[in-house]
Design a protein around this ligand. Structure first.
Ligand code: SF4
Length: 64
């Protein structure tokens, strides 16, 4: 699985990083970046939680 953050939608709130710091990091530009590619399956629950909690609906899973 791969995960992308829509840089136009992300407002840099940091919720995704607080839920899954192994996967998301807030960059200098105050938009979340994905730091694992591909994402190991063991993180699927954390990714889904971040998707559910993202206020801008900016996170998307791309299945491979
Ligand atoms: S939770 Fe959503 S809006 Fe907030 S930093 Fe992460 S991707 Fe951006």
């Amino acid at each position: 699985m791969r995960v992308v953050v829509d840089q136009d939608l992300c407002m840099g709130c940091g919720v995704c990083e607080s839920i899954a710091p192994e996967i998301f990091i807030l960059g200098d530009e105050l938009h979340a970046k994905v730091i694992l590619d591909p994402i190991p399956e063991k993180y699927r629950f954390a990714v889904e939680e971040a998707i559910a909690e993202c206020p801008e609906v900016a996170i998307t899973i791309i299945e491979e």
